[in-house]
Design a protein around this ligand. Structure first.
Ligand code: GDP
Length: 467
């Protein structure tokens, strides 16, 4: 089913409409996921239609001067959560400057808007009804929330939208099944999915980190430094358990299991054996890890071996943080950093957006930055985006840059949903997925990364046909 947001300036009758649709006097649900205190959410019935309705009425009583700003934020939030927006204006008052402000938000952010002129019972508000056209949101629907007029007209407008969503959901479910993907079942169209926190690192489930890089990059030094910091906090040996391939620490409150590829390598005696071992160890560590820290030596960054292991981490779908070590030895830090960023872009385009942090494992400088980067890369790796948001985003992307028509065949992108996390993977339902040029897929992936702020994680995008 779909989600309808009722938006508009204060006092146009949003709550009255909300209550009529939900059929209860009080429907404040503030313990539901994704619903702030200021947003009311309820199950609406209108004729045979069932949908979720969100109301931004919570602020109508507020009188402080920041009302405008808060109301705007709240409206934007509701719009982002919804599939369809019902913009309500007061037909008796006519169009006000505030109406224009809210209408603008909708034009920018909402995929589908229905315009309603409320308080128009009988012949009241006829002038306002005509004025409503100037909002540029199409033909207004004449409503009286108070008297229940115009409700069947509203149902008639919502009917095809409801069908469209039901159809889309069916197609998406089928396409994902065909593709062997399990849909995130708790990812309903109208749900803000951030509430599931089970992926967050805890004592039971420490964050799995691999520190990889060529020999002498400073992996052991870095790991020892982290252990030392932990010991400073928790006493000489407390909290640290080491087995042959990993060790468990709490790094600044972050329960973490580090795969220690350096430790294993040190056991190898012969030089050429050493090289071989560090690659396969790296490989194993990458497979175990959630976040891979690619540790580079600032003096010789982006060696063949570094590139190989970074590429491997991407292909395995791990979150990646690139750390440039021995930063204490660099003089021209500013220029060097610029260089590094350029090389990074050029040599590892597949890791575009991964954080690059400079550290000194020896002195400990920059380790706080590394700590933060690891946490946020892990968070992004687990990120879920609601279907409603994705589809609104997709429509904007298609408008900005329509998909190509190879050989005169127009590729139609119809619907998008997130299939999984760790790393985030998305399915786009389209016609002729086989004809989709890589450049367009890249356009969408880069857009996702930028618009939903997802640095440091691979993003998978699958094109599927709907038949
Ligand atoms: P690994 O092979 O990646 O485990 O590298 P090691 O941790 O054994 O370090 C290799 C060498 O680099 C050692 O001599 C370290 O003392 C030195 N080293 C590691 N990190 C730093 C750093 O941040 N600054 C400086 N100046 N030297 C470092």
């Amino acid at each position: 089913s779909f989600t309808l947001a009722i938006v508009g300036r204060p006092n146009v009758g949003k709550s009255t409409l909300f209550n009529r649709l939900v059929g209860k006097k009080l429907a404040l649900v503030d313990d539901q996921p994704g619903v702030t205190r200021d947003l009311r959410e309820g199950d609406a019935r209108l004729g045979h239609l069932r949908f979720t309705v969100i109301d931004t009425a919570g602020l109508e009583e507020a009188t402080d001067e920041s009302l405008q700003g808060r109301m705007r934020k709240l409206t934007e939030r509701a719009v982002d959560m919804a599939d369809v927006c019902l913009f309500v204006m007061d037909a008796r008052a006519g169009v006000t400057p505030a109406d224009h402000v809210f209408a603008e938000i909708l034009r920018k952010r909402s995929a589908q808007v229905i315009l309603a002129a409320n308080k128009a019972e009988g012949r009241a508000g006829e002038a306002g009804l005509f004025e409503a056209y100037e909002l540029g949101l199409g033909e207004p629907l004449r409503l009286s929330a108070e008297h229940g007029e115009g409700m069947s007209e509203l149902a008639a407008v919502l009917e095809p939208i409801s069908e469209q969503f039901a159809e889309r959901e069916k197609l998406a479910a089928r396409a994902m099944e065909d593709a062997g993907l399990t849909p995130l079942t708790d990812l309903d169209v109208d749900e803000e999915p951030e509430e599931d926190e089970s992926w967050r690192p805890s004592d039971k489930r420490p964050l799995q980190v691999a520190v990889v890089g060529r020999p002498n990059a400073g992996k052991s030094t870095l790991i020892n430094k982290i252990i030392k910091e932990d010991r400073l906090l928790t006493g000489p040996e407390a909290g640290i358990t080491r087995d042959s391939i990993s060790l468990r620490v709490d790094w600044d409150g972050l329960p973490m299991r580090i795969f220690d590829t350096a430790g294993m390598r040190k056991k190898a005696k012969v030089q050429d054996k050493l090289e071989k071992l560090s690659v396969s160890d790296g490989l194993r560590a990458v497979k175990f890890a959630e976040v891979v820290v690619v540790l580079l030596d600032a003096a010789i960054p982006f060696e063949q071996q570094d590139l190989r292991i970074a590429d491997l981490a991407e292909r395995e779908g791990r979150a990646v943080v690139v750390a440039v070590n021995k930063w204490d030895l660099e003089d021209e830090k500013q220029a060097k950093l610029k260089d590094l960023r350029e090389s990074f872009e050029r040599l590892l385009p597949q890791l575009r957006g991964a954080p690059l942090v400079t550290v000194s494992a020896k002195t400990g400088r920059g380790l706080d930055r590394l700590h933060k980067a690891i946490i946020s890369a892990h968070e992004v790796w687990n990120r879920r985006i609601s279907t409603a948001k994705l589809n609104r985003w997709l429509i904007a992307m298609l408008e900005q840059h329509p998909p190509p028509a190879p050989g005169g065949k127009r590729i139609r992108l119809r619907y998008m949903t997130q299939a999984k996390t760790r790393p985030p993977a998305f399915v786009v339902m389209c016609s002729h997925p086989d004809l989709m040029p890589d450049s367009y897929t890249r356009y969408l992936v880069n857009g996702l990364r930028a618009d939903f702020d997802m640095p440091g994680t691979p993003i998978r995008l699958y094109m599927r046909s709907q038949s």
